[in-house]
Design a protein. Structure first.
Length: 125
């Protein structure tokens, strides 16, 4: 990305192609950031699910585990769908892959917020 910017700035000709190439790298970097967020949230939230599935929640919130599991698998499926739809590069000409990764990221964040709302449970595990 920086190489293309350097070429654009140092060239005496206004070369829009270099800026176009910068944009592709910028899209790819942002896409990779969303994937890293999804990977890390998926890993940590799956560990939480594995630790919690034997706990008796009836005295706290009896639907907690069912809702947590449902939210986790919805986020996981959205992430898998995004991965399946992704092509090589930044998918600039195929479709807006960011919509798919944004949906998955948003679902993981909602699950994390749900977990934190009931985090008193984690102290008893």
């Amino acid at each position: 990305m920086l190489g293309h910017l350097s070429e654009y700035r140092s060239s005496k000709i206004n070369n829009r192609e270099e800026l176009h190439n910068v944009y592709g790298h910028f899209r790819r970097a942002n896409l990779d950031e969303l994937k890293i967020i999804c990977d890390e949230l998926d890993r940590s939230l799956l560990i939480i699910l594995q630790k919690q599935y034997t706990y008796d929640y009836r005295n706290m919130y009896e639907k907690y585990l069912k809702e947590y599991s449902k939210m986790y698998f919805a986020a996981k499926n959205a992430y898998l769908e995004a991965q399946e739809k992704e092509c090589v590069g930044s998918d600039r000409n195929t479709h807006n892959i960011f919509e798919f990764y944004h949906l998955a990221t948003k679902q993981y964040i909602l699950l994390k917020q749900f977990y934190e709302k009931y985090n008193i449970i984690s102290y008893r595990l």
